[in-house]
Design a protein around this ligand. Structure first.
Ligand SMILES: [Zn+2]
Ligand SMILES: [Zn+2]
Length: 260
C-alpha cells in the first residue's frame, strides 16, 4: 500500500492511495486540472483513478470533484448523509457516478471503515485496510471520542488534523469572533493540543507514523505544529523519531509512504 499527499490544508485536500493496482483519491479539493498535474508528477494518469472517497461537502475537499468525475468517468463514494448536503442540480457529476454507502464497505479488496466525525456538516474520516495494512485519514473534526480513537487504533499510518494553534487563532485580527468560535468549537477543527492528545494515544497503541495535516495557513505553521507535538509528547515520555515518527503535510505535493 502506498500513500502520497497531493495537497493538504485550507487551500485544498487530496490524498492518493494505491494498493495492488487499485488507485483511489480521498477528497478532490483542488481543481481537476491541478489534480491531473499532481497525478502526473507521480506517474498516474487521471483515468487510472478507480474511485474518489469523499469526506464531506466543503470546497477545500470538493473543488475538483465535479469536473474530475465527469471528465474521467470516476465514481465518487460518499456517505448517504454527505450526499444529502449536496444540491443535486448544482453538480455535473452523473448520477451513475454517485455511489452511496451507509456504513463500512469493501471496495476492490480494501476494507473501508467510515468514521463519523463531529464537524459543522455531515463528515466522515476513513480507515482503509488490506492484509493487515491499515491507514487512517482523520481531518475536519471538532473533537474526538472513544469511538473515533478505537476506529483509528492499530493503523500503521494516520493522517491527522492539527488545524490551529489556539493562541494564534485567539490573536487573529482577520477572523471575526464567530469564525473563531466555529473553528475552535466542538464541531470545528482539531487544535495542536487536541491533535497531540490523539498522537499520544496512537503512540501508545502501536502506530509508528503520523502525518499532521489540514494545517491552517492563517492560524498555524508546520514548524509550530511539529514543535508543539514533539515538546508535549516528550513530557509524556514519547520521543519523536524513536517511539513515533511525525511529518507535516502541506499544500505542496510530496511525502510518499509505503506501508508493508
Ligand atoms: Zn477541510
Ligand atoms: Zn470541513
Amino acid at each position: 500500500m502506498r500513500v502520497i499527499n497531493l495537497s493538504s490544508g485550507s487551500d485544498g485536500n487530496v490524498t492518493y492511495l494505491e494498493n495492488d493496482g487499485v488507485k483511489i483519491l480521498v477528497d478532490a479539493g483542488l481543481s481537476a486540472t491541478e489534480i491531473t498535474k499532481r497525478l502526473d508528477l507521480i506517474g498516474v494518469k487521471p483515468n487510472e483513478i478507480d474511485a474518489i472517497l469523499l469526506t464531506h461537502d466543503h470546497s477545500d475537499h470538493t473543488k475538483g470533484i465535479d469536473v474530475f468525475s465527469s471528465k474521467y468517468n470516476t465514481p465518487v463514494y460518499a456517505h448517504e448523509r454527505v450526499w444529502l448536503s449536496f444540491d443535486p442540480k448544482a453538480t455535473r457529476m452523473s448520477s451513475a457516478n454517485r455511489k452511496t454507502f451507509s456504513g463500512d464497505f469493501t471496495y476492490k479488496g480494501l476494507d473501508i471503515q467510515a468514521i463519523e466525525v463531529p464537524h459543522d456538516v455531515a463528515c466522515y474520516g476513513f480507515s482503509i485496510e488490506n492484509n493487515n495494512k491499515k491507514i487512517s485519514i482523520l481531518t475536519d473534526l471538532g473533537h474526538t471520542n472513544d469511538r473515533i480513537l478505537s476506529s483509528i487504533a492499530n493503523s500503521q499510518l494516520v493522517y491527522l488534523e492539527a488545524n490551529y494553534d489556539k493562541q494564534m487563532l485567539l490573536d487573529s485580527k482577520n477572523y471575526p469572533l464567530s469564525l473563531k468560535m466555529r473553528i475552535s468549537g466542538p464541531n470545528g477543527h482539531l487544535s495542536n493540543k487536541a491533535s497531540c492528545e490523539v498522537v499520544d494515544f496512537l503512540a501508545r497503541t502501536g502506530t509508528r507514523q503520523v502525518v499532521l495535516s489540514h494545517i491552517s495557513k492563517d492560524n498555524n505553521t508546520p514548524d509550530l505544529a511539529y514543535g508543539y507535538m514533539c515538546q508535549h509528547l516528550s513530557v509524556h515520555g514519547i520521543e519523536e523519531g524513536s517511539d513515533i515518527c511525525i511529518d507535516v503535510a502541506s499544500t505542496k505535493p510530496g511525502m510518499f509512504f509505503r506501508i508493508k
